[in-house]
Ligand binder design. Sequence first.
Ligand SMILES: Cc1cc2nc3c(=O)[nH]c(=O)nc-3n(C[C@H](O)[C@H](O)[C@H](O)COP(=O)(O)OP(=O)(O)OC[C@H]3O[C@@H](n4cnc5c(N)ncnc54)[C@H](O)[C@@H]3O)c2cc1C
Length: 469
Amino acid sequence: MTELTAEVVIAGAGPTGLMLANELALAGVDTVVLERMHERTGLSKALNLQPRTAEVLDLRGLLGRAEDRSFATVADGHFAVIPVSYAGWNTRHPYQLGIPQAEVEAALEERLAEQGVKVRRGYELTTFTQDANGVTVTAGDLRIRAQYLVGCDGGRSTVRKALNMPFEGIEGQGHGVAADVRFTKTPPGAPTEWRSMTNMVTSQAPGKFIGVIPLAEPNLYRISFGDRLNRPPNLRAEVTPDEVRTAVAERFGPEAEIAEIRWASRFSDDSRLAANYKVGRVLLAGDAAHTHFPAGGQGLNLGIQDAMNLGWKLAATIHNQAPAGLLETYESERRPVAQQVLDNVAAQNALIPTNPNQLALRALFRDLTAIPEVQHHLSGMVSGLNIKYATEDPHPAAGTRLPDFPLPQGHASTLFHKGNWVLLTKTPVPPPHTAVLVAQVPELPWPDVEKVLVRPDGYVANTTGVWPS
Ligand SMILES: Cc1cc2nc3c(=O)[nH]c(=O)nc-3n(C[C@H](O)[C@H](O)[C@H](O)COP(=O)(O)OP(=O)(O)OC[C@H]3O[C@@H](n4cnc5c(N)ncnc54)[C@H](O)[C@@H]3O)c2cc1C
């Protein structure tokens, strides 16, 4: 048995674990990242970054890497596959970036390695214990003593199960299959570029859906299909080539010839949320804390934003620089965000019609989305741009994201690259704390505001500039 010490152990090197590891490395926290798989699978799973996630990556100078690995810029988002525009939001990134999950992970792992942290692959966390001073984690021949453990180990989280954490929600009735399929030639009527969500998903029969998204290689498509009313007895059963062929034939006709099914996996429409995100010195983030049907393209985005919220709080706690109760705000801020996503996913599921009444409801709902305020509301939800955390400051800007506005040189986002707090002020003021970077600016996004204190994750702490106690 090899004994190690660390300040934090992260179980799982998916997008959530890798983002969190980057945040902790930036703050100088000694972190061990355990990943049970020997290699990244390369499966694409999630295909998009939402506007708020693009902003979050930009705050750390990571967006360029994701853009370099992306294959599409998608002008809109969607709610129940009804396109919704991000145009009404004050953001520099009013679009989805089309990028396979494996590429997001590769970009994050590359930056992590540059920060001197290597993911320990082939190490599966099997057990842990915790006491008042720390946690002891066992993974293969490693035993690690650390101050905190974060379970970023996905929907079937070992960490969550070991905590006996209730993971409740809606038990769905249906299921879906996602498969990356290469055709011998472009199937009839299939799009060749992913520019919008319009007509990306169609329905051949009540409750059934099939989505077709062109990927980076010629004739390679993400085919997602499913049935809202039926699920196979075993949701973990392998997807058979015949299932994929049948769905493809229903969508494109018999002449669509499949050259290769690169991978296929099944997903459920269950929605579940952990009762708590923190138990003593053990925390949960990403799919370990919440899982849902991938409607609207939100899961990976939620996980990366969990990590962005948790990283600086955990680092400040470890460095004894945190105001009392700061780490507890990770749950009080992020759990309601996940609940909102689960609720909007449930509403999206209900809008996949299974009978004529629901068909009429969907048509009516589609009409309503033509109203700009409705578009704004829906796109704010799926993008994460509408998030507002509770603060004591009554100003409407407090608790919202700082829009990335232009400065005489560059943009405000560049001030956050080191993961620090930022005080933006129109008049000279001393820093309220040594950890704060003060930047004098000619204008702020809110005309009536003289100064804003912004947290490392880009949310406005207050408009008074006073360090939170
Ligand atoms: C078909 C499909 C399509 C999707 N499409 C989208 C989309 O378009 N947009 C979107 O935002 N989201 C989408 N999602 C959801 C998205 O894939 C997940 O939300 C995302 O993977 C969550 O990231 P994570 O890091 O929290 O968990 P995971 O990606 O599950 O990563 C967990 C990691 O932990 C490792 N691990 C597990 N147990 C242990 C252990 N005991 N010890 C060490 N390591 C362990 C695993 O090997 C894995 O690498 C989709 C999901 C599916 C299934």
